[in-house]
Design a protein around this ligand. Structure first.
Ligand code: GTP
Ligand code: MG
Length: 422
């Protein structure tokens, strides 16, 4: 079975809480604050595991959580960090946010683990808040929450060459004679129902991967016959081997077939029309030579390379194999998709928060704000303005003022602190 989609939930660890503690030593009457910071929560990473080729593991285990950080302790001791969790995925896996479908990572060419959910930072201990005017801070900050994300994993086949064509034209027969793949072959339509990969060995040093993609039909780009599913596999191939039945055995016209498939490719993704394509007239053993030459002329006039073969008798197959091996090294590697730009959350009102007042320090707690902050670069003026707008629109500034905030008071929002300016 070929599984190419899986949904999993990942959560990073919560940061440990900061400690409230005061130094106690013999002969020292009132020691200063010495509460340590909480440890960082563990992050969740995805990394390419070369030995994995399917997403089947994720059907059995769906939840992945990194450990929390430990709380801070007295004597300025920081809590232990939660260890990072690294989840292995096959090369080529696309990682999407399950809710919005937004692409988070493309594991096609990544060699380093990719951070998916950041661990919450540890809260600061009370020693952090000591100042000449604030000698006995009896408060510390809680650790930041971790992130929880539902991910959709998609594995597109990473094939160099994709076999494309109508049903029953001999795609499976061809891959079975050139590669180690052993797909089902039969004289009816839709024998192949999910893509099959085969490795074509050219020499000890060079081999390439061929994908037998199920037959396409008219309307495939609109989803007919699972067409879109199959076309998505074609998208990832570096080149297309377009198989046309030149025997006319089903009373069809080879040139018409060729045009119809190209139309579907182009309609699904205009970029596919420009993808390198070798046109292969198959079932040459049964064909009238005039039909073969007509398709050859037609294809070559359009600038395509044309081969006539018989997958059954293997006539012409070796030449085709060699031609692919000659062309491939010059083609760009498998396309990598650019992740979409991260969206800034709406600067809207009505989100929950709480504010604790400790003398001249205001601790703001609002987990949703953490996401906003993670997407803002506070050194950048526009981001900072956006962030201020969020503070105003959400009512945080109004609440601070109600609680009596004065110019110069410290407002502390997770890792970000500023002195209040009216
Ligand atoms: N005479 C002859 N028959 C062929 C040749 N290639 C394939 N066939 C026959 O054509 C039929 C269909 O072959 P498949 O390889 O299953 O075709 P397919 O394109 O994979 O079909 P789908 O999986 O349905 O899309 C089988 O009966 C094959 O034996 C060929 O070169 N010559
Ligand atoms: Mg087949």
């Amino acid at each position: 079975m070929f599984i190419d989609k899986a949904k999993i939930t990942v959560s990073s660890g919560k940061g440990g809480d900061g400690a409230v503690s005061f130094r106690r030593e013999k002969y020292v009457a009132a020691g200063g604050p010495d509460g340590g910071d909480g440890g960082r929560g563990g992050g969740v990473y995805l990394a390419v595991d070369k030995n994995m080729s399917t997403l089947i593991n994720f059907k059995y285990r769906r939840n992945y959580a990194a450990p929390d950080g430990s709380p801070g302790m007295g004597r300025r001791c920081s809590g232990k960090s939660g260890g990072d969790l690294i989840i292995g995925v096959p090369r080529g896996t696309l990682v999407r946010d399950a809710g919005s479908g937004r692409l988070i990572a493309d594991m096609s060419s990544q060699s380093e683990p990719v951070l998916i959910a950041k661990g919450g930072n540890g809260g600061w201990g009370n020693s952090h808040f000591a100042s000449p005017t604030r000698q006995i801070p009896r408060f510390a900050k809680p650790g930041n929450p971790g992130e929880k994300l539902e991910l959709l994993l998609e594995l597109k086949l990473l094939a160099d060459v994709g076999l494309v064509g109508f049903p029953n034209v001999g795609k499976s027969t061809l891959i079975s004679v050139v590669s180690n793949a052993k797909p089902e072959i039969a004289n009816y339509h839709f024998t192949t129902l999910s893509p099959v990969l085969g490795v074509v060995r050219v020499s000890d040093e060079f081999s390439y991967v061929m994908a037998d993609i199920p037959g396409l039909i008219e309307g495939a780009s609109e989803g007919l016959g699972l067409g879109r599913e199959f076309l998505r596999h074609v998208e990832r191939c570096r080149m297309i081997l377009h198989i046309v039945d030149v025997s006319g055995s089903e009373g069809r016209d080879p040139i018409e077939d060729f045009e119809k498939i190209n139309f579907e490719l182009k309609k699904f993704n205009p970029e596919l029309a420009g993808r390198l394509q070798i046109v292969v007239g198959n079932k040459g053993d049964l064909a009238d030579w005039r039909n073969v030459e007509a398709l050859r002329d037609y294809a070559e006039n359009l600038g395509y390379i044309f081969f006539e073969i018989s997958a059954v008798t293997q006539k012409g197959v070796q030449d085709l194999k060699n031609e692919i091996a000659r062309i491939l090294p010059a083609l760009p590697p498998i396309a990598e998709y650019e992740p979409d730009a991260p969206e800034l959350p709406e600067a809207s009102a009505g989100r929950e928060f709480s504010i604790e007042k400790h003398g001249d320090v205001y601790l703001v707690d609002a987990p949703w704000l953490l996401r906003v902050m993670n997407s803002c670069n506070m050194d950048d003026y526009e981001s900072l303005q956006y962030f201020q707008r969020v503070l105003v629109n959400s009512g945080i500034i109004a609440d601070l003022e109600e609680k009596g905030v004065q110019e110069g008071d410290l407002v502390s929002i997770y890792d970000f602190e500023f002195n209040y300016v009216p």
